[in-house]
Design a protein around this ligand. Structure first.
Ligand SMILES: Cc1cc2nc3c(=O)[nH]c(=O)nc-3n(C[C@H](O)[C@H](O)[C@H](O)COP(=O)(O)O)c2cc1C
Length: 73
């Protein structure tokens, strides 16, 4: 976030959310192309996901997650 704030100031958080949406849309489109199941997830445990991704919560925060996999036949 601090790096984004240097560039975008007061708009940093809003732009980060918009960017997460763009990335999420691209993941969804690619999953469709690859015939993978795809589920957008926002209701995750912030602390656990940060730990799993090894990111510091001071400067990086998980915004958006996706579950991908082969759909049941
Ligand atoms: C931004 C966003 C966050 C979401 N977060 C969750 C979530 O935390 N848990 C969940 O079960 N579904 C979540 N959903 C919805 C799922 O991605 C999915 O659309 C929903 O489970 C409906 O699937 P279905 O139509 O196949 O039943 C979220 C959707 C969006 C767009």
């Amino acid at each position: 976030m601090s790096r984004t704030e240097v560039k975008y100031g007061i708009n940093a958080y809003r732009f980060a959310l918009l960017e997460a949406g763009h990335i999420g849309q691209n993941i969804s489109l690619l999953a469709e192309k690859e015939k993978l199941g795809c589920c957008a997830l926002g209701g995750f445990d912030n602390d656990k996901l940060s730990q799993l991704l090894d990111i510091s919560q001071e400067d990086e925060i998980p915004l958006y997650a996706f579950s991908l996999g082969n759909p049941a036949r």
